[in-house]
Design a protein around this ligand. Structure first.
Ligand code: ADP
Length: 754
């Protein structure tokens, strides 16, 4: 690098001095180093330097205190401050008091060289721009706003217009970026996380004197705008941002930049101010202290329909009749003249008598002696916006009415989980007064049990688009009185025009009662199961223990019969026969009952069964009965399925046995077994041509010991079908019958496929 720039390094740390000196020398700079403030002042008095690198702490004096005397001695020397990490205030203070830039410790050489070269480059540009009117066509814009979506939107628009854009989210970031690059314009949000936007004005201007600055502000901070303009901001724009307004202002600013190159500073400034006042979309009106109009810009002409030469010298209140929807007329003037400032909404009449909505701010102007000079008023026409706003309010009210009719909670949350909208039903269920919850965080009213932090984390992830939207879920919420409610939610994400997620809309139904009912049902079922198994245990124990005494009764009665038959009379013999019969039957029933209660007492032993083979076994078990009755038994091809082998044998055996037993005397029994697959289950049928069953008994025959005939007609205890039912239920199936008296019956059972 060929350069004759000279640098003085003011730092008491010798090693820093040496290192810096070495590096700068290599770059071709001329270097001088000093260790104290006094030495520095002495050196600077002796000769001129292009740049001073100044440590914030020196043995004899604070670095920042040196700024003023150094600048006084060498007004054209630039000063770069070395500051400690994380002390933005010092940096800002330094920049406010004459430093041109700053670097942060621990020093990074690349960083420093970069900063210096940017700085030297700027000096060159400055020199050049004094020579020619050349201006780079590619304007660079720096956007400083912690609201990401604003940054993105603006960047997009500016890029489209051919501007280069960089964005920063904090004041610190902004200064860092500005240190390394030069910009034509910086757009500053008024409120940043680490510093007030206004505080950045002077430091940025110091680094890039030709850069324009524009504040972004909300309605409510017009006062701040005035402050910003006083601190050197070139212009301001209102949030919500109106793109046309912004582009218009920006091109005006760039126009100004083009204008000022090569002109004297005062001329430039005047030209610029005139240009700005004439080009802004806000009416800027200045009056004397009696409110006689002194200036009236182009926007005012357009806004009110009066030309400036028609109104200059006239009384402002007469030219623009005003109504104050939110304040008294007298109050406003009182405020301006007493407090020096008024800001608010007013309605004004145009020349053609139409009414417009104005956002107005007035500032009292005093001279150096404090004497009142007049008032400057900035008026912004928001009639159109007001109309849209009113329409929006009406629409919202209409929508709200619909929402209020809904029988479910409807709630809209913003990105942070704050309640934006909640309908009537929502307030009713949560037991709050309508309107009370707007702005509150939804996750504050979750019950602790549900772990609100965890749920909030899930929500935040959803908002960052990092997780899948769960459209349906259930959880509990806590009402104002502390009652727990179970809500079934359906949610959808809400997006803005750019496709960014801005929140959620959820509908929630109160299912507390339903859940309670479900719970009740479950516990009843549980109880029933308990009772049932209790009964089964009882049946088992009873039938098992009854067998023994019964056996004793039977054997002694038989003994009685054998020994005393001849010694007793006819009647006594008959009685004995009845007792023997009864005891035998009771024995049969008890052993049936025992058999019945044994089914299912063991663990389910399921295996793959070929029903064709099972049926073969059953037929061979029933061989004698079949031969006796000359019966014909046929079957279709039967499936292979999962089940308990012994139980399946019992099942089919009981059904076929009944089909043979309940046959019509005049007909030879014909039995057919088949199975078909339907809705994921096997449906078996056992069809006979027997006596049939009256439909009124279809359910009864499956109950234990229920039978339809006297034992003299057909033997049996009435347990066969009850056993079938129990077996089927253990296989998760059902059993039922279709029949016609005198024609035959078909017993069906289903086995779900496992
Ligand atoms: P049991 O055969 O010992 O009487 P079941 O439980 O097997 O007991 O049958 C109950 C009743 O159902 C029988 O008494 C009979 O009236 C009727 N039933 C069963 N199967 C048939 C059938 N295939 N045809 C006509 N009636 C039948």
């Amino acid at each position: 690098m060929e350069s004759k720039e000279s640098i003085i390094i003011i730092d008491d740390d010798e090693s820093t001095c040496k290192t810096l000196a070495l590096i700068f020398k290599k770059q071709g700079y001329e270097i001088e180093t000093v260790g104290t403030g006094h030495e520095a002042l002495k050196k600077v008095k002796e000769r001129d330097f292009n740049l001073a690198i100044l440590d914030v702490k020196l043995p004899d004096i604070e670095g920042v205190e040196l700024l003023e005397p150094l600048k006084k001695t060498r007004p054209f020397m630039d000063i770069m401050m070395i500051t400690e990490m994380g002390t933005l205030e010092t940096a800002i203070y330094a920049l406010n008091n004459g430093a041109s830039s700053y670097i942060t410790k621990p020093l990074k050489m690349d960083d420093i060289l970069n900063a210096i070269s940017v700085f030297i480059e700027e000096q060159k540009i400055k020199k050049q721009s004094q020579k020619s009117n050349d201006i780079t066509t590619n304007e660079n814009i720096l956007i400083v706003d912690d609201d990401e979506s604003t940054c993105k939107t603006l960047a997009l628009i500016f890029n489209k217009k051919g501007y280069n854009v960089q964005t920063a989210g904090t004041g610190y970031e902004a200064l860092e970026i500005a240190r390394k690059n030069s910009f034509n314009l910086a757009l500053l949000d008024i409120k940043l996380p680490d510093v007030e936007g206004i505080e950045l004005l002077v430091p940025l201007k110091k680094m890039h004197p030709d850069m324009e600055t524009m504040m972004m502000t909300a309605y409510s901070s017009l006062e701040t705008v005035i402050r910003a303009l006083n601190k050197g901001a070139s212009a301001y724009i209102m949030k919500p941002l109106e793109i046309d307004d912004i582009l218009n202002k920006i091109s005006t600013l760039f126009e100004k930049q083009r204008l000022i190159v090569g002109k004297k500073e005062l001329e430039q400034e005047l030209a610029y101010q005139a240009l700005l006042v004439e080009n802004v979309s806000d009416a800027i009106i200045s009056t004397d202290k009696n409110l006689k109009i002194k200036s009236w810009n182009k926007a005012a002409e357009n806004m009110y329909g009066w030309n400036s030469d028609e109104v200059i010298g006239k009384s402002l209140p007469e030219i623009i009749p005003e109504e104050y929807p939110y304040a008294q007329k007298g109050e406003v003037n009182e405020q301006i003249f007493e407090n020096g400032f008024w800001m608010g909404e007013i309605n004004q009449k145009k020349r053609d008598n139409t009414l417009i909505n104005i956002f107005s701010s007035s500032t009292l102007i005093r001279d150096n002696m404090g004497k009142i000079q007049g008032v400057v008023t900035i008026n912004q026409d928001f009639t159109k916006r007001k109309k849209v706003e009113l329409k929006l309010i009406k629409e919202t009210e209409k929508i709200k009415k619909y929402l209020d009719i809904a029988g479910v909670i409807l709630v809209a949350l913003d990105k942070r989980g704050n309640i934006v909208m909640l309908n009537k039903k929502g307030y009713e269920i949560l037991q709050y007064t309508e309107g009370e919850l707007i702005g509150r965080n939804w996750f504050d009213i979750y019950i602790p049990k549900e772990n609100p932090k965890e749920i909030y984390e899930i929500f935040k992830k959803l908002m960052r688009n990092e997780s899948q939207n769960t459209e349906f879920y259930e959880n509990s919420i806590l009402t104002k009185s502390g009652e727990e409610m179970i809500i079934a939610w359906h949610s959808t994400l809400l997006y803005d025009n750019n496709g960014e997620i801005i929140g959620t809309l959820s509908s929630g139904g109160d299912i507390t009662e339903l859940k309670k009912g479900e719970q009740d049902l479950l516990s009843t079922l549980e109880n029933l199961k308990e009772v049932n198994s209790e009964l089964e245990r009882f049946a088992y124990v009873a039938s098992h223990d009854l067998q023994e005494p019964l056996r004793m009764i039977t054997s002694f009665i038989q003994l009685l019969e054998k020994r005393y038959k001849d010694k007793l009379d006819e009647e006594a013999n008959e009685f004995i026969t009845f007792i023997v019969d009864g005891a035998k039957r009771m024995q049969l029933m008890i052993s049936d009952l025992l058999f019945y209660s044994r089914i299912g007492r063991k663990e389910k032993e399921f295996s793959q069964l070929d029903i064709n083979i099972i049926l073969e076994n059953v037929i061979s078990n029933l061989r004698i009965k079949i031969e006796e009755s000359n019966a014909k038994i046929t079957h279709d091809h039967l499936p292979i399925l999962i089940g308990n082998e012994a139980e399946f044998v019992q099942l089919l055996q009981n059904l076929i046995y009944n089909a043979l037993k309940f046959h019509r005397k005049e007909e030879t029994p014909v039995v057919h077994i088949s199975a078909k697959f339907q809705k994921n289950q096997w449906i078996f049928s056992v069809r006979d041509n027997g006596i049939g069953i009256d439909s009124q008994f279809f359910d009864r025959i499956f109950i234990i010991f229920q039978r339809l005939h006297k034992k003299e007609e057909y033997d049996g205890t009435g347990i066969g079908l009850a056993i079938c039912k129990k077996i089927i239920e253990r296989h998760d199936g059902k059993i039922w019958v279709e029949s016609e008296v005198g024609k035959g019956s078909t017993f069906y059972f289903s086995i779900p496929k496992k």
